[in-house]
Design a protein around this ligand. Structure first.
Ligand SMILES: CC(C)(COP(=O)(O)OP(=O)(O)OC[C@H]1O[C@@H](n2cnc3c(N)ncnc32)[C@H](O)[C@@H]1OP(=O)(O)O)[C@@H](O)C(=O)NCCC(=O)NCCS
Length: 163
């Protein structure tokens, strides 16, 4: 993700979240190049999705992932998550975690495909909507078995989305 992508990213962010990140928050995340990875998905020049990750040594945490509502269910979220996890592994991660609204079944299904399992609940984490967060976690992402799973998922992606 680059500064020039911010307008397209914010247009999606404001549509999909009740409490969107501010442009400054994206900029400060982008500035932390040492242990952050922020990716955008584009169709031609249009930003259609993005996702981000923080690496804390052996653990990486997905901070954000979103796809333009007009382009959802085209496996763009899968491609973004695939690439985020690959980046996490390249940075030395063995496990990846994230939070998701307990009612966000679509996102939870996506994460389930990548082996994320619920490991806990953070009460009222999303105060703007009075909702709990499910903490999801996947281990051994750097192992041969998981890498095979990732390759299998990548092969399922349609032309143009596949890595
Ligand atoms: C969650 C999100 C990123 C998924 O992106 P996407 O590109 O639409 O997802 P994909 O097309 O890659 O979906 C892959 C699989 O995940 C599951 N899935 C994704 N969205 C789903 C939905 N709304 N309902 C049910 N299952 C869903 C399905 O199993 C889907 O495969 P299928 O379409 O073959 O059934 C997108 O819905 C989004 O931006 N939501 C708003 C922001 C958000 O909630 N982000 C997550 C915060 S934790």
């Amino acid at each position: 993700m680059r500064r020039r992508h911010l307008r397209g990213v914010m247009a999606i962010e404001r549509q999909v979240y009740p409490r969107p990140w501010s442009p400054n928050l994206f900029l400060s995340e982008m500035a932390e190049t040492r242990n952050r990875c922020y990716l955008v998905a584009r169709i031609d020049k249009e930003i259609v999705g993005y996702g981000g990750l923080i690496c804390y040594g052996e653990e990486a945490h997905v901070t954000n992932i979103a796809v333009d509502p007009e382009h959802q269910r085209n496996k763009i979220g899968m491609r973004l998550l695939h690439d985020l996890i690959q980046n996490a592994v390249a940075e030395g991660a063995q496990a990846v975690s994230l939070e998701v609204r307990v009612s966000n079944y679509g996102a939870q299904r996506l994460y389930g495909k990548f082996g994320f399992r619920p490991v806990g609940v953070r009460k009222n984490y999303y105060q703007e909507v009075n909702e709990d967060a499910l903490v999801m976690w996947v281990d051994d992402v750097n192992g041969a078995e998981y890498q095979k799973r990732l390759r299998g998922l990548a092969e399922q992606l349609p032309d143009g989305v596949r890595p």
